[in-house]
Design a protein around this ligand. Structure first.
Ligand code: ATP
Ligand code: MG
Length: 220
């Protein structure tokens, strides 16, 4: 039903980590969930194997630029939530995925250089909006934050919001719990997962679902 693409023109900002955490959290709340893996590196498939039977997320691979739009559209017809993981670049596949999305989530760290990539990514969203003649809501989420960075985060928020891009209230802190997902398959939503990380992910998911609901209402 709802499609969220997680994208940034910058690599290594935490896209794939967020995709796995959000999808697994939604699935463990009982919603049917698929991840479309639009990154040829296939990290999501490896994670899914390690996540085991308790994880109810379906991973759909083989979504290169020639197929990604159809793959997303088919998944959207079947699952309550489809989360799309994309490579860190401004490729055709990214534009096609954005075109199929109800919401674009742009993760970023908070250095000045990282913010430039937020604006570059947002331009890709804006171009897709123009092409399709429909609004595509986007949200920035601050990721891999050190607790020492809270003042810098305020500057980063102000600068992003000054460019008329909404930023989620919830921030993703730098935690070992996120790094270990790759090795154990266990996201914070897993039984016995890190409680603080789990709260962060639940809060991000809540803000996103709220944004989707508000957008659907405005469009009705
Ligand atoms: N909140 C976090 N705390 C600590 N480490 C994190 C966090 N988020 C991501 N990482 C780590 O940062 C690295 C990059 O994360 P990830 O692979 O999710 O980024 P990406 O944007 O998908 O990268 P790429 O553009 O290469 O696909 C990984 O080693 C991951 O474990
Ligand atoms: Mg990735």
């Amino acid at each position: 039903m709802s499609v969220i693409s997680v994208c940034s023109t910058k690599g290594g900002v935490g896209k794939t980590t967020l995709v796995m955490c959000l999808a697994d959290a939604f699935a463990r709340q009982g919603g049917s969930t698929a991840i479309v893996d639009g990154d040829p590196n296939g990290h999501v498939a490896t994670w899914r194997e390690r996540a085991g039977e308790g994880c109810k997320v379906t991973v759909i691979s083989e979504a290169d630029e020639t197929k990604i739009q159809d793959v997303i559209a088919q998944a959207a017809a079947k699952y309550a939530l489809v989360v799309v993981d994309l490579e860190g670049a401004a490729s055709q596949a990214v534009t096609y995925a954005i075109a199929e999305s109800d919401l674009v989530l742009i993760p970023t760290k908070i250095s000045g250089m990282d913010l430039q990539e937020v604006f570059r990514t947002y331009e890709v969203v804006k171009r897709a909006e123009k092409m399709l003649k429909r609004p595509i809501p986007a949200r920035v989420v601050l990721t891999q934050m050190s607790p020492l960075q809270s003042r810098v985060a305020q500057h980063a928020r102000s600068e992003i919001q000054a460019n008329a891009i909404p930023v989620l209230k919830t921030e993703i802190i730098q935690r070992a719990a996120y790094q270990s997902i790759h090795f154990t398959g266990a996201t914070p939503a897993h039984e016995g997962g890190d409680a603080k990380a789990a709260r962060e992910i639940t809060a991000v998911l809540g803000e996103i679902l709220e944004a989707l609901a508000a957008h659907a209402q405005a469009a009705a």
